[in-house]
Design a protein around this ligand. Sequence first.
Ligand SMILES: CC(C)(COP(=O)(O)OP(=O)(O)OC[C@H]1O[C@@H](n2cnc3c(N)ncnc32)[C@H](O)[C@@H]1OP(=O)(O)O)[C@@H](O)C(=O)NCCC(=O)NCCS
Length: 317
Amino acid sequence: MSNADVVIRPFEPADLPGVAALLGDAMPADPISESRFTRQVLLDPNFKTQGAPVAVRGGTIVGFGLAIARQQPLENAPPDADRGYITLLAVAPAKQRQGIGAQLLAFAESYLTAQARTTVMVSSYAPGYFIPGVDVNAYAGALQFLKKHGYAEVYRPLAMETSLWNWSIPAWVRERREQLAAEGTIIAPCTPATTLPLLEFARAEFPGDWVRVVREAMTRIVAHGDSPTRLLVASDRGSVVGFSHFDNERFGPIGVASSQRGRGVGQVLMFATLQAQREAGFRTAWFLWSDDKTAARIYDGAGFEETRRFALMKKTL
Ligand SMILES: CC(C)(COP(=O)(O)OP(=O)(O)OC[C@H]1O[C@@H](n2cnc3c(N)ncnc32)[C@H](O)[C@@H]1OP(=O)(O)O)[C@@H](O)C(=O)NCCC(=O)NCCS
């Protein structure tokens, strides 16, 4: 069959199993269950079926793409009304290099143009991204494909992981924590009373997605019984100067007030969170998105090693 036999049309409800199966085949490093797809895509208030092209050939789903134009501003994030995001793009392995990817991409881009977006990012979409860009090892073909279609690399984020099997907090970190305590900086699990100072801290220090992280984590803690250790707070005589978060094996985000950096608060927070993850029963900790500078400054010291490398890509429409 030729390219002409392929129909590209918006996502329909009955496509869910076929799309999930296709994503498992085409993006084997990132399989997505139907329930995760439902939560992260279909229930996303920014999702529109017109931005989700499905390629069908002979009644079978052979391709899928996902373009997002934010409809509801993200609390505390810089406005991105001129930006669109492509977070998924996949063609069944046996059907690749027949022009289907190009058709999906054209459909996705014209949706974004219709939504008045002038820039496309693959894929810094908060909070619903799956991966921070094209995995340059697992999806090398996609990197070539996107370059051919006018996308340029912005930078290369990395994912890291550390083992918590044979693990303990180094003596120097314990000493640093005592030293900080003597100076009035205490690291402790969040409490209901830290809710407002923590929200204010995230709002003031980290414009972006972290206010949402704090809201959701505090909600899980006060309403669903999650351990308060998943959100550790560094405070200095009552004011918040940093926090660190985990969600099961996933580590982060972690942030320290710009005026407080260089005192070891970040290191102590990181080790305390890894310890909390270990105590919760996890034997590995990972995150999907950092940059080389932060990795060298803080994560290498806790044994984090690079697991994946991504190319964050951008195109002007
Ligand atoms: C990226 C992807 C969607 C492209 O779909 P496609 O239907 O193969 O793309 P097209 O046929 O329209 O375009 C093919 C062109 O893309 C580039 N390309 C695609 N796969 C390639 C590969 N494995 N190696 C080198 N170039 C490749 C080439 O320029 C190719 O042209 P050519 O065949 O004439 O050399 C598809 O390869 C895919 O599903 N990959 C796995 C999933 C993935 O990586 N998704 C992106 C994650 S962010």
